[in-house]
Design a protein around this ligand. Structure first.
Ligand SMILES: NC(=O)C1=CN([C@@H]2O[C@H](COP(=O)(O)OP(=O)(O)OC[C@H]3O[C@@H](n4cnc5c(N)ncnc54)[C@H](OP(=O)(O)O)[C@@H]3O)[C@@H](O)[C@H]2O)C=CC1
Ligand SMILES: Nc1nc(=O)c2c([nH]1)NC[C@@H]1CN(c3ccc(C(=O)N[C@@H](CCC(=O)O)C(=O)O)cc3)C=[N+]21
Length: 286
């Protein structure tokens, strides 16, 4: 038996269609500003993908590139201007930032109601209080992928491997809000396989190619592979590997592919968050 493949693109298209319809109801197209510092190739490529998808969805977007020598002060002052600019509905600061910049300070400087990544402490608090407004795109995208394919986590055992700000932690909050029984494993978890085998729904966001092998997965589990590991190849395009070994398809009920699984949902959810931000701001003005 081979697992059902939970492809991202059809679910992402459905979400984008809904999002475009919401955007069209607003007085003007919502505007997303993306700040990128430096020329890290992965960041260049992700940011270009977000900008392109925004335009395809009927949103307005702009990318501002600053040198990787930009001071924290200069970045904070640009953020203050964007916060004050009524024409800007959403602001995204692409991560990772150069090491001389304090990520916490930068993320806390964003207007929480324009924080389309959901990384500001106010948005983290809203999520964990059980009433999210803007929540991180990747985990929200994972939840909508599950619902697109008809899965409900209520009353089920969910195990997450990874506890980052961008994926593991907010995913735990969303799954708890959706009434799953949630376990979060990480690098200090002994006997990882014993924990992951208990999962009805297993979510993996670590960044280690093929960490999860078939012996670590319970029969009939739904497995969501968030990991993206670049395997550079001489003279060829890099190959992308997930955190889950492909043989897991032999034991799991369902599995997301890499690429073409969670990645497209992240981008689609960013568009949805930008529209949510614009809707929230329009309500505040009423
Ligand atoms: N598809 C998408 O849209 C996205 C994909 N990604 C991908 O997801 C992966 C994770 O990203 P991100 O969350 O930012 O990564 P981080 O490096 O921030 O976090 C990795 C987490 O994995 C844990 N970990 C590391 N090694 C092990 C191990 N051997 N066993 C168990 N846990 C371990 C770490 O534990 P500890 O906290 O103890 O250090 C940490 O919590 C990456 O491959 C990234 O490229 C990320 C964002 C979006
Ligand atoms: N402030 C901030 N917000 C983010 O949301 C953010 C970030 N910084 N930094 C980096 C991570 C990573 N991330 C991805 C987005 C899309 C794909 C994606 O579209 N992946 C495609 C493949 C793309 C390719 O070919 O490289 C897929 O999985 O099919 C992957 C990863 C967002 N991140």
């Amino acid at each position: 038996m081979s697992a059902r493949v939970l492809a991202g693109p059809p679910a992402a298209e459905a979400l984008l269609a809904q999002t475009a319809a919401r955007a069209a109801k607003l007085a003007k197209p919502p505007h997303l500003t993306i700040l990128r510092l430096g020329e890290d190739p992965a960041s260049v490529s992700y940011v270009a993908g977000k900008d392109k998808k925004a335009k395809e969805t009927g949103l307005s977007s702009s990318v501002e590139v600053m040198p990787d020598t930009t001071t924290q002060e200069a970045l904070l002052s640009r953020i203050a201007e964007l916060n004050a600019d009524a024409n800007v509905n959403g602001i995204l600061v692409q991560l990772p930032l150069p090491s001389h910049i304090d990520e916490e300070k930068v993320l806390s400087a964003l207007d929480p109601d324009k924080d389309v990544d959901g990384f500001h402490p106010v948005n983290v608090g809203r999520l964990w209080a059980g009433h999210p407004h803007l929540a991180p795109c990747t985990p929200v995208g994972v939840m909508s992928l599950l619902s697109h394919y008809g899965y409900s986590v209520a009353g089920k055992r969910a195990v997450i491997v990874g506890r980052s700000r961008i994926v593991g932690r907010p995913l735990a909050g969303l799954l708890l809000n959706a009434s799953a029984t949630v376990t979060v494993a990480h690098s200090r978890t002994p006997n990882l396989g014993a924990v992951t085998r208990e999962a009805d729904f297993l979510f993996v966001a670590v960044g280690k190619a093929h960490l999860i092998t078939p012996d670590m997965v319970g029969a009939g589990a739904v497995v969501i592979d968030v990991g993206i590991n670049r395997l550079e190849r001489e003279g060829k395009k890099a190959r992308l590997l997930g955190d889950v070994h492909p043989d897991v398809a032999e034991v799991a009920r369902a599995l997301t592919p890499v690429p073409g699984g969670v990645g497209p949902m992240t981008i689609a959810q960013l568009m949805a968050n930008t529209v949510s931000a614009a809707e929230g701001q329009a309500q505040l003005r009423e």
